[in-house]
Design a protein around this ligand. Sequence first.
Ligand code: KIV
Ligand code: ZN
Length: 385
Amino acid sequence: MRKLYIFDTTLRDGEQSLGITLNVHEKLEIARQLVKLGVDIMEVGFPASSPGDFESVQTIAKEIKGITICGLTRCVQKDIDVCAESLKYSESPRIHTGIAVSPLHMAKKLRLQPEQVIEAAVAAVKHAKKYVHDVEFYAEDAFRSDRPFLAKILESVIAAGATTVNIPDTVGYATPWEYGELISFAKNNVKNIDTVRISVHCHNDLGMATANSLAGIAAGAEQIEGTINGIGERAGNTSLEEVIMAIYTRKQQYNIDVNINTKEIAATSRLVSAITGVPVPSHKAIVGANAFMHASGIHQDGVLKEKQTYEIIEPETIGVPRNEIVLSARSGRAALKHRLGELGYTVEKEQIDPLYAEFLKLADKKKEIYDEDLHVLMGFNVGGG
Ligand code: KIV
Ligand code: ZN
């Protein structure tokens, strides 16, 4: 079975979200949880960016064993030296170096000629190789690059010793079919690409980061980069939990698997949200509070008869103890009877219609009917007739 490598960048790209700054203790706590989750690689900072980030990367590299620890750099020797220093206690260090490759970024941001960009990239990879075997190269804004130039720079960094090449959609502009074509282009046009691992790194500006990552995987990428809860710059990064569960639910069909302890997904999501202060929207796929709640009568009836009617994942698989049937004015008799049964009430056939009528009167006044409301309802009916 083909293995998909999970590269978590919650502590680097995720931390670049507006308003998030994590201290070393907070980063370490999340890193420990990522180990329980079983990610293959964790990118934990940009060590040259600040002394605090250096300390965080170094502390994590010292404590976290059995997993690849990665630091980000620009194609700048000093960055790479600092990154290597911060990773020196890691059992399995990776330096992730790179540079922008789109005409827009090269001309306006870097103010470099394309040939100079290739020179800087090759020099950076060679420099990083002096410290570590495992060097990943990122071609920033690859989606908006000229394809022949992209092929040339990727070939050059592979020749210089890169072991993974990251082909990002930095600004989240791609559609799934276009991003899939980009990865196929790299596979078919870059010399020696089959000697390295291709990585996909997508942003969510058009809400397509997960779909684009999956398209990249279908086109042959072996590593996916993302963050827990999809946190990250602007509209965020690919949500790792979404890609993991998309692959997990069809691993037999596509003969591809992730080495993830899915039962830790909910706990990881909660921890990242609590520590970063970024709330998870209730309707968020996989980890939103409503992801395993059933609200409408038709759905509740279906789920009570057979869970799979409206549940594609068992909640226990991601560490949520059970699904929930929420009682509201949208609920039907089946859900009401079921919950009353769970609370220990036996409802005879002839009781259900009048009981349901009382229930609806109450439900029209409240958003949700809680167990206490049901006890009152039953008391009223038992006592008052
Ligand atoms: O989005 C991006 O291009 C990045 C790179 C630095 C890997 O985050
Ligand atoms: Zn990014």
